[in-house]
Unconditional design. Structure first.
Length: 335
């Protein structure tokens, strides 16, 4: 199974996590293009600070996205498209239901997102649908490559990309959405809750000594795991575990022999993932591999399926995902 299909799957249900590539669209906004404009030059301009006391955004607001592209918002966007499930969750969480005019085909949370007009896939959005929606801004996340973003921008689509690598990045992105949309107070409530959930986990595992920390292997799609430099790896660390793939970087195909040698105490997987070829669930695939019955996690029944979306979406529920990871690794600490 290639990475693109695996990503598309979990991002769906997302059957979970991650990354990959592609496009979107929007252009000559005859309706009202005063909300977001993309300067021809990418030089950074001074961002107007929001008044800390009132949490109101001062416009015009200029800032950069993860690609270094500079955006100027003359006012709060009135029409927003999101082609990333994580971004969609964040935008709804800060109260932008009325402003959201389109979401990706895989956006299924909150329930209201299912009734929004569909803009195509997370890696290859429907350019015509997005253009017809006439958004002031299009938000996308980790699943779209910079190359794909560039192609969309060539169609004059104001696409704002994020690329969170850790929980702090996710929090900062939500604060940025609040600033762009003048929903800073709502964003602060979401962020405060996320910080509280993260702190509760960190506090619960802080007394673990190095020899008490469990080795953890995580598989989000058949044959794929995650190493350093991505938020899912950080979830394991924050939860007091040791990622056996931490000697690798980013998303990578696994070596079955290496996992056997690493002998993880706990194996986590995206529980809704079904292999296209065998039609088997990921848990059954993992436990059925040759030699894996000798791994401590398999022998002790510590092969645990987690909610794909909580595990894989770097949005406002990522700290709930952290809680689930921590409970799976150290059930005695989280009764």
């Amino acid at each position: 199974m290639n990475l693109k299909s695996s990503v598309k799957r979990w991002s769906t249900g997302i059957a979970a996590l991650l990354l990959a590539l592609s496009l979107a669209a929007c252009g000559n906004n005859t309706k009202d293009n005063s909300a977001a404009t993309q300067p021809e030059t990418s030089k950074q301009e001074t961002t107007q600070p929001a008044a800390a006391e009132s949490l109101k955004t001062a416009y015009p607001l200029t800032l950069q996205d993860a690609t270094g592209q500079s955006f100027t918002f003359k006012e709060a966007p009135k029409h927003i498209v999101s082609v990333s499930p994580a971004e969609t969750e964040a935008l709804f969480a800060i109260g932008l239901n009325d402003e959201i005019v389109g979401v990706s085909d895989y956006d299924d949370y909150p329930e209201t997102a299912k009734s929004k007009p569909k803009m195509g896939g997370i890696m290859k959005p429907n350019e015509e649908a997005i253009i017809a929606a006439q958004p002031d801004v299009v938000f996308t996340g980790i699943s779209m490559s910079e190359e794909a973003v560039k192609k969309l921008r060539e169609l004059s689509i104001p696409i704002f990309k994020t690329d969170p690598k850790n929980v702090d990045d996710v929090i900062k992105n939500i604060e940025t959405y609040g600033q762009i949309t003048d929903h800073q107070a709502e964003a602060k409530k979401v962020v405060d809750q996320m910080k509280a959930e993260e702190s509760a986990v960190v506090e619960a595992v802080k007394s673990l000594s190095d020899d008490q920390k469990k080795k953890v292997y995580i598989e989000f799609s058949p044959g794929w795991t995650v190493g350093k430099g991505e938020f899912m790896d950080e979830l394991i660390s924050l939860a007091g575990g040791i990622n056996v793939a931490s000697d690798t970087q980013g998303w990578s195909e696994i070596s079955e022999e290496k996992i056997i040698k690493d002998n993880p105490d706990v194996i986590l997987y995206a529980k809704s993932v079904i292999d296209d070829k065998t039609k088997k669930g990921l848990g059954d695939i993992i436990k059925g591999r040759s030699g894996w019955d000798q791994i401590t996690a398999v022998k002790n029944g510590a092969v645990i399926g987690l909610d794909d979306n909580l595990l894989s979406r770097p949005g406002p529920r990522v700290t709930q995902g952290l809680q689930e990871v921590a409970k799976a690794i150290y059930p005695d600490l989280f009764k």
